[in-house]
Design a protein around this ligand. Structure first.
Ligand SMILES: Nc1nc2c(ncn2[C@@H]2O[C@H](COP(=O)(O)OP(=O)(O)O)[C@@H](O)[C@H]2O)c(=O)[nH]1
Ligand SMILES: [Mg+2]
Length: 258
């Protein structure tokens, strides 16, 4: 199943989707969050990525089974603009509570979180617990989190072993994989993993898209189905298909995904 398998001629359908999901990308500065988001939405490496101040936003629509899902993705940085009077300098406000509270508001109602560290930086791995705690405290109660060890192309500079990160992920009940925003390797996988988990939660009834703060809402395509069948059914994940028959191709995961 291709990720972007849609009829390019059907302009109307390009904008139609079954679900809209809000995702956040979090983690220490410099881990490659902006590059990951850019690679996912533009299919290219973002050269000369600037330090993110505040929040960056981008979106992309993906296909999973028979569902079209629009992902709205917010990169949340720990820095915000702070202009000191009579000085032109911009201060990095990372860690200052006043600014953290502003960025924290963007966590609200997120259905999925991509938690990023840099495999060549132990410091970026050491802070993961704080990022995860913030996300779990502030986002949707059903938040699905995927841990991403970015910069897998820099194997020679590795400071965090795959096995250690995999263990941390298992202990903290999050998915895990390594990726490279530079080469594009495994960049789609974390988003698709998240989306698949959320769709399954909807199907099982544990997540209700109509509930405020769920991070998911129905798109016009889903509503059209409701109108035409007068019944709320999202056939492809249930109905005649068994859950186990849903197959998700995660390009390049090479088995390094749990
Ligand atoms: N080698 C390598 N460098 C990367 C990768 N992703 C990001 N970078 C570099 O890491 C630096 C920080 O990236 P950026 O996306 O701005 O990090 P952010 O602060 O987390 O948003 C930049 O110099 C990028 O060119 C990657 O997968 N591989
Ligand atoms: Mg950034």
């Amino acid at each position: 199943m291709a990720v972007d398998e849609y009829d390019a001629d059907a302009t109307e359908l390009l904008e139609a989707y079954d679900f809209l999901m809000k995702y956040i990308i979090i983690g220490e500065a410099g881990t490659g969050k902006s590059c990951l988001l850019h690679q996912f939405t533009h299919n290219s490496f973002k050269e000369h990525s600037q330090h993110t101040i505040g929040v960056e936003f981008s979106s992309r629509t993906v296909n999973l089974g028979e569902k079209r899902i629009k992902l709205q993705v917010y990169e949340i940085s720990s820095s915000f603009i702070c202009r000191v009077p009579n000085k032109s300098k911009l201060w990095d406000t990372a860690g200052q509570e006043r600014f953290r509270s502003v960025t924290r508001s963007y966590y609200r109602g997120a259905a999925g979180a991509i938690l990023v560290y840099d495999i060549t930086s132990r410091a970026s791995f050491a802070n993961l617990s704080q990022w995860l705690a913030d996300a779990r405290a502030l986002a949707s109660p059903h938040l699905v989190t995927v841990l991403v060890g970015n910069k897998s192309d820099r194997e020679e500079d590795r400071e965090v072993e795959w096995a250690e990160a995999s263990r941390w992920a298992a202990e903290n009940n999050v998915h895990f994989l390594e990726a490279s925003s530079l080469t594009g390797d495994n960049v789609e996988a974390p988003f698709l993993l998240c989306t698949r988990s959320i769709l399954l939660a909807i199907e099982s009834g544990s997540l209700d898209p109509e509930k405020a703060g769920s991070g998911v809402s129905y798109g016009a395509r889903a509503l059209r189905r409701v109108n035409s069948s007068s019944r709320l059914s999202f056939g492809s994940l249930s109905g005649n298909r068994r859950k186990s028959t849903i197959k998700l191709r995660l390009p390049g995961t090479g088995g390094k995904c749990c």
